[in-house]
Write a new protein. Structure first.
Length: 1203
């Protein structure tokens, strides 16, 4: 109580003056006073008389009002200047008021926001809730004053809404900070004020569920349903039913901790404390996810620091708020299982989905069958998954990404990966892909990753992955420190109950022993419980409480081993109380290393059925093993630290025996080969280890998880080399070919050659001509390719040996591949295309003889590319069309795309822009099935050439600028950056932004070392053109010289011609700028002669324009005019607009100089129209202004015409 006048109207009305209660002699006096207080301002006497004495005459009403005002003053005698009476008007003097609960409630709703409340706002809400004893003027009314009673109803509704908001905000803050007990109290007060508020019932259901009290949560629902039905005649809302359905489902996704916490009768139940900040951060990221802002969160900490508990509590909260929870667990023993946590998570999620076909089209659902083959049993009519090594992996990644997007459209999706530090490389790459894809699609997804910090020192691959990830996308990182002493005191207080004596001392002891590590706290308490050191009171009741003083007294005489400073010692002390059969079953679980079944535990431990059952019960009771959501393997050791300690205590001999039993038992059921290989290696069963390692490598290759496959193959190879295992020649050959292929797919070509050389040694030792041929063939196929291992002479030498051996063996397919490799040797070696075509023709004939259609199509594709290299575009078009027809029939979509792209390039270069665009459209549609990001940009660079020639620069920027936000080191764009930078430079050059053009040309040049020989000439040529525009002729001359220096003059192929073309054009422009017309004309005539020879048209209008400028400089106006007209005719025919405005402007000037003003005006009008077309496609207002500000544009039209 405070001095002065206090008024409390929330609940039954109460009045205090200087701390003493004030009583009114009449209810009407109280009512009038309340009305004056609440309705601030002045009130006419007539109005008050009409409200409070509606049936009295005027004189009687006036008298009653005067009398009632007197009673008010009498009741509040001593309050100075309480009422202000000004003529015929009356008001309450608010300055006489010390406290009004309604003011506090109003302030609490205006000065607080629902999210991220500051401490003053929280205090304000708490104070407002504390004064809300009930509804406004609870149970108060006046007879014969209907207007006043109506006013009360209106005020109750208004103030009730305000109180609802206050309770909602405070309880939400408490909920999102995991202050569960205070939140329950707040919501109960809320319901006492508004017993039909369904939102409050929903929140109370969530709170009881989070408080591990499922039965109370269900009871709250029943109360809500009954009241809504009885008083309103309605059923609970769908949102309430969703919360109920989630609670009834009993578990968050694959929860381990849930099972531990479920037993409310467990007197060692540890509350969730000390992590409110981290919990609140997770809640905030979920709110962002709900808004369509994908989140990536990494929670790190030492083992036992509470990462899993934090995640579990957050997931339970998110689940009650409509999240779709998908969880994967990585095991230290499962690093060789490709995508294991993703597979487990998706399998569990899709098993809960009634109709997975509603989530994905059949083509993408088919891709998931690569890792979830059971989907084919469910949908036998699914098409086959498509793609080869180059595309299948990206299609699998894209299918999973699309599945996540589909799920997130229904509900926000949370994907949790626990102990990710042990994940295989494929899983890490997939998660990186998902994070980028989901971020780009603005899907409602949250990727939550839990990692053990102490394990990072031995997982360099994971650290590197994290570094790349953090550079690439925004990541929220939460690092868990030890909990504070206050949190441990909360734990002890929860066990003790209301008693305070001894709590601080016991908490201090436990804090000192555990250093604030939550798992250590639980283990020490469990160990003390097993030892009998914890003293409980009220054991005859359902809720016994801990006696802290008696427990402290016991600690003085306890065995010092229980006070050991290490978690290992504490865990070992718990194991001392277990029987031998129980220890055997626990050891079996540690050896298995993952989830396990009862039958598996029984077989591995060697314990009979009854003893195994008893042991399992004992372990479950001791919380050393918990039940998990897994139909085939429902048991798991409760914490990985326990598994580590138990495993280390098993003797080497027993480990081998247990691993051997695990291998035998798991071999009888469907088990991944990687898991079998792990047990075989640990059991030193080398024959089985070799067999399962090889199979594990093959399985990983089926998933296109090449890094993992390489590890398995290397294990098998080591066993073979060390003579620990034997293998047939066929098996040996398969191992070496697969291992070499894996190294090639990872671009480790030197390692691949080493493997193939070793394969040759094995072949000679086994006297196997077939294996020898396979080794020769693998090397002669690899050596011609443009990698750091390229050796054309050795490739030809080995090809000769292989061809002789293939002919002896009658292996025509091998002969065909050898011819193909010889063709590549000519192509990639000294660029001799004609000899390459001869070998391709030989390979074609062999493919026809063997009926090997796939190889026939592949050869025709190579022939098409070879003919393009010679500039024989008609032959190229024919070969590519034949190849595409076969690939289409075989369903080889990646190669269909390659054919389409090359055909589009031919149409582009021959000036058939519409046909090229149509083919590129087909290619884009084909790539939608493949999902290859590389192909997207490869196709885009071809499409962009058309856009640039048409003057559609905005389309180019729209496609390429997003690529600049990517990491330029990404493998899938490594060969395309030069094209990307050059095309952007081309756009900036044409629009007049020469600084930006220079910047992008320099970036193109800086990437030259990462590309093939193509690209050097065009980059320097573009640099020269920009410098000419800027008037820097010396720098332009240097750029032209560097262009020629970086061009191989012996490269006389079609691709080489494009290098020559770029440099010749730049040299011609430079010569023209220097007045060297003869040199300029010589360059142009070379260009036009080559264009006519090859029937190329796409760049010809620009070269004709260059010729016209040279002719004008020479004073040959007549020929210049005709050349310009020819250039414009060709531009119009092919639909090019890039230089059209300049040509029209020159023609207008020539017509004007000759006095033909109508023609001059006509050409000028067209020039203006062409300028407007370019300006409208300038992408940004800034670039548009730069273009229109160019002097040559201003001389033609004037910038103001386009604004």
């Amino acid at each position: 109580m405070s001095d002065g006048l206090e008024i409390r109207l929330l609940g039954a009305p109460e009045f205090f003056y200087n701390g003493k209660p004030v009583k009114f002699a009449a209810r009407k006096a109280l009512a009038l006073f309340v009305y004056l207080v609440v309705e601030s301002g002045t009130h006419p006497r007539e109005k008050l008389q009409a409200i409070f004495w509606p049936e009295s005459g005027t004189r009687q009403a006036q008298f009653s009002l005067r009398s009632t005002l007197g009673r008010i003053k009498q009741a509040l005698w001593g309050v100075d200047d309480l009422l202000k009476i000004e003529g015929d008007r009356i008001r309450f003097n608010a300055s006489s008021l010390a406290f009004l609960d309604l003011n506090l409630a109003a302030q609490a709703t205006t000065d607080t926001q629902p999210l991220q409340l500051a401490p003053p706002a929280i205090t304000l809400l708490q104070n407002a809730v504390a004064v809300a004893r009930g509804p406004f003027l609870e149970a108060f009314s006046l007879p014969d004053t209907p207007a006043f009673n109506d006013w009360i109803v209106i005020q109750r509704n208004v103030i009730g809404a305000r109180l609802n908001l206050i309770h909602e905000r405070l309880s939400n803050h408490q909920l999102e900070n995991h202050l569960i007990a205070p939140a329950i109290e707040t919501v109960n007060q809320w319901l006492a004020l508004d017993h039909l508020n369904e939102s409050a019932y929903r929140r109370l259901m969530r709170l009881h569920f989070l408080n591990q009290d499922r039965s109370s949560a269900l009871q709250v629902y029943e109360t809500c349903r009954a009241l809504l039905g009885k008083e309103l005649g309605v059923e609970p809302a769908s949102e309430t039913e969703e919360v109920l359905a989630y609670i009834r489902s009993s578990e968050t996704a694959s929860s381990i901790l849930e099972n531990q916490a479920e037993a409310r009768g467990d007197r060692l139940f540890i509350p969730f404390v000390g992590r409110s900040n981290e919990y609140r951060n997770l809640v905030q990221t979920f709110h962002l996810t709900q808004e369509g802002k994908p989140q990536f969160v990494v929670v790190s900490g030492e083992s036992g620091m509470g990462k899993t508990r934090l995640a579990e509590e957050f997931l339970k909260w998110a689940g009650t708020h409509g999240a779709d929870l998908v969880r994967g667990q990585v095991y230290e023993t499962s690093g060789g299982l490709p995508y294991q946590p993703i597979i487990d998570a998706l399998r569990d999620r899709l098993e809960r989905e009634n109709a997975p076909e509603d989530l994905l089209d059949d083509a993408w659902l088919a891709e998931l069958t690569r890792i979830l083959p059971e989907l084919r049993e469910r949908y036998p009519d699914l098409p086959a998954a498509i793609g080869d090594e180059a595309t299948a992996r990206s299609r699998l990644f894209e299918a999973i990404a699309r599945l996540g997007v589909s799920l997130s459209k229904r509900k926000p999706l949370i994907l949790v990966m626990d102990d990710l530090q042990w994940a295989d490389a494929g899983t890490l790459e997939l998660l990186h892909y998902l994070s980028r894809s989901w971020r780009a699609s603005h899907s409602r997804t949250l990727l939550l990753v839990l990692i053990r910090e102490e394990s990072l020192a031995r997982t360099t691959g994971f650290r590197d992955w994290m570094s790349v990830l953090i550079r690439d996308i925004p990541v929220t990182r939460l690092s868990l420190p030890p909990v504070q002493a206050s949190a441990i005191q909360e734990i002890i207080q929860s066990l003790v109950g209301e008693t305070l004596e001894g709590v601080a001392a016991l908490s201090a002891w436990l804090t000192m022993e555990t250093n604030g590590q939550p798992f250590f706290v639980l283990e020490i308490l469990s160990s003390l419980e097993d030892y009998g050191a914890l003293v409980w009171m009220g054991t005859e009741t359902s809720s016994p409480t801990l006696d802290p003083l008696a427990t402290l007294n016991n600690l003085k005489s306890i065995d010092s081993r229980l006070l050991a400073p290490s978690i290992q010692s504490v865990i070992l002390s718990r194991l001392e109380w277990l029987s031998q059969p129980t220890l055997a079953v626990l050891a079996a679980a540690a050896v298995i290393g993952r989830n396990c079944s009862f039958d598996l535990l029984r077989k591995v431990s060697g314990t009979d059925e009854q003893n195994s059952l008893d042991a399992l019960d004992e372990l479950l009771s001791a919380r050393l093993i918990v039940e998990v959501r897994n139909e085939t393997r429902p048991y798991s050791i409760s914490h990985d630290r326990i598994r580590e300690v138990v495993y280390k205590q098993i003797s080497e001999a027993r480990r081998e025996v247990f691993h051997r039993r695990a291998l035998t038992a798991l071999s009888e059921v469907k088990t991944p080969s990687a898991e079998l290989a792990y047990h075989a290696l640990s059991a030193k069963e080398w024959r089985f280890a070799f067999e399962h390692s090889l199979n594990a490598g093959d399985e990983a290759m089926c998933f296109y998880e090449v890094t993992t496959a390489t590890g398995h193959y290397e294990t098998a190879r080591s066993l073979l080399i060390e003579s620990k295992a034997e293998a047939s020649t066929v098996t040996c050959q398969h191992l070496y070919l697969q291992l070499g292929k894996a190294y090639e797919l990872e671009f480790h070509h030197r390692q691949a050659l080493t493997i193939y050389d070793e394969m040759q040694t094995q072949a000679l030792a086994r006297d196997s001509h077939e294996m020898q041929l396979a080794s020769l063939l693998a090397r002669c196929v690899l050596l011609p390719m443009p990698y750091d291992t390229q050796n054309i002479d050795l490739a030809r030498e080995l090809a000769g040996q292989a061809l002789s051996l293939a002919q002896v063996l009658g292996d025509m397919q091998a002969q065909q591949q050898i011819e193909l490799s010889l063709a590549r040797a000519h192509k990639f070696g000294n660029r001799q295309i004609a000899p390459a075509i001869a070998h391709l023709r030989a390979a074609e004939e062999l493919a026809k003889k063997t009926g090997w259609r796939e190889q026939l199509a592949l050869v025709k594709l190579e022939l098409g590319v070879a003919f393009i290299s010679l500039g024989q575009l008609e032959q190229a078009e024919s070969a590519l069309a034949e190849a595409m027809a076969i690939f289409l029939d075989l369903g080889q979509h990646p190669r269909v795309l390659s054919c389409l792209h090359n055909l589009a390039i031919i149409q582009l270069e021959t000036g058939n822009f519409d046909a090229a665009t149509s083919l590129l459209g087909e290619a884009y549609r084909a790539n939608e099935v493949l999902g290859s990001p590389t192909s997207v940009y490869a196709l885009a660079t071809t499409q962009n050439a058309i856009h640039i020639l048409r003057g559609e620069y905005d389309r180019v920027f729209e496609i390429l600028l997003p690529a600049l936000k990517s990491d330029e080191s990404r493998r899938f764009l490594s060969g395309l950056w030069i094209d990307i930078f050059q095309q952007l430079a081309w756009c900036y050059y044409d629009l007049g932004d020469y600084d930006a053009a220079i910047d992008h040309v320099q970036r193109a040049i800086s990437h030259q070392d990462q590309t093939s020989l193509t690209g050097r000439g065009p980059a320097f040529a573009m640099l020269a053109l920009v410098e000419i525009r800027r008037g820097n002729l010396g720098e332009a001359q240097t750029a032209v010289q560097k262009g020629w220096e970086n061009f191989d003059l012996h490269w006389q192929t079609y691709e080489g011609w494009w290098e020559t073309h770029s440099i010749l054009e730049a040299e011609a422009e430079l010569a023209l700028a220097n007045g060297e017309l003869k040199c300029a004309n010589h360059c142009v005539e070379q260009l036009l002669g080559k264009f006519d020879e090859l029937k190329l048209r796409h760049f010809k209008p620009g070269i004709l324009f260059l010729r016209a400028k040279i002719e004008l400089a020479a004073g040959d106006t007549k020929n210049a005019y005709q050349t310009l007209c020819d250039a414009l005719v060709l531009s119009d025919e092919i639909g090019a607009h890039r230089e059209t405005w300049e040509m029209c402007a020159v023609l207008a000037r020539l017509e004007g100089e000759s006095g033909n003003m109508p023609a001059a005006t006509e050409w000028l009008e067209r020039a203006c129209a062409e300028v407007k077309l370019i300006a409208d496609h300038a992408n940004t207002p800034e670039l548009r202004d730069i273009f229109l500000s160019r002097l040559d544009i201003q001389l033609i039209v004037g910038k103001q015409q386009f604004h």
